[in-house]
Design a protein around this ligand. Structure first.
Ligand code: ZN
Length: 256
């Protein structure tokens, strides 16, 4: 069961190369509906598209959310332990995703998780006091037990972001396109200087919307240029799921 949930989660959100073919095969067999962000296959319809997407409409801990009224929690600082890794930039038809072969790990309140990949949404899926940022990166991690933890890095318009420059210049314009990132990267360079965060339980923000994902949204936004935002929007003008109901979930914020 754990494995099935994990595979479902990975094929939607992580999509490592090993699963890419399997996903393609499913499409051909007509078993997996093609979801999108607008129109008849948009976010409002995901829950009805196929039975294993039902959590998208029935779940009570769905992501993203509008972050407001957080309570100070006794939360540890996130222990980032990222290092230099090989990276592959993939256009998976829903976003640009960077798959990492050994990017390091994080230690958070719920345990230790290995970094698998990061990808982007525009505008940011999570809102802060009702306001979205131009873009967000979701850093997706998995524990040995198969649980997921995401660290979200918000981007605001400003100076050109050097860490993104290499990724954005490598990103394939065509769906299913892949490119190795020359020289690899260290994901630490995507992080803001201050690392205080909001924490809550949520879900994948793409079908099958599986729950029990630990979310950590860094409060300090990182800058990227207007041109960089435009370059991403040229490929994906809007790939953000609307905010979902909190349903009584507790929103915490770390001390500093
Ligand atoms: Zn995401």
């Amino acid at each position: 069961m754990q494995k099935l949930i994990l595979i479902a989660a990975l094929s939607a959100l992580a999509l490592p190369p090993a699963f890419a073919e399997e996903k393609g095969a499913k499409h051909e067999a007509g078993k997996s509906a093609h979801w999108s962000y607008t129109g008849p296959t948009g976010a409002a319809k995901w829950g009805d598209m196929q039975s294993d997407f039902a959590t998208c409409k029935l779940g009570k801990k769905q992501s993203p959310i509008d972050i407001k009224g957080a309570k100070k929690g006794d939360l540890p600082a996130i222990g980032f332990n990222y290092g230099q890794t090989n990276a592959e930039v993939v256009n998976n038809g829903h976003t640009i995703q960077v798959n990492l072969s050994g990017g390091g790990d994080v230690k958070v309140a719920s345990g230790d998780y290995k970094l698998l990949q990061f990808h982007f949404h525009t505008p940011s899926e999570e809102k802060v006091n009702g306001k979205a940022y131009p873009l967000v990166a979701h850093l997706v991690h998995k524990s040995d037990a198969g649980k997921l933890a995401v660290v979200a890095v918000l981007f605001k318009q400003g100076q050109k972001n050097a860490a993104l420059e290499k990724v954005f210049s490598a990103m394939p314009a065509k769906e299913n396109g892949k490119a190795d990132l020359a020289g690899g990267m260290n994901v630490t360079k995507l992080l803001p200087t201050k690392r205080s965060y909001w924490a809550f339980e949520g879900s994948l923000t793409t079908p099958p919307c599986s729950e029990e994902v630990q979310w950590h949204v860094l409060k300090e936004a990182v800058e990227m240029s207007k041109e960089q935002i435009a370059a991403f929007k040229k490929l994906y003008p809007m790939n953000a799921r609307p905010v979902q109901a909190l349903n009584g979930r507790v929103l915490q914020e770390s001390g500093v």
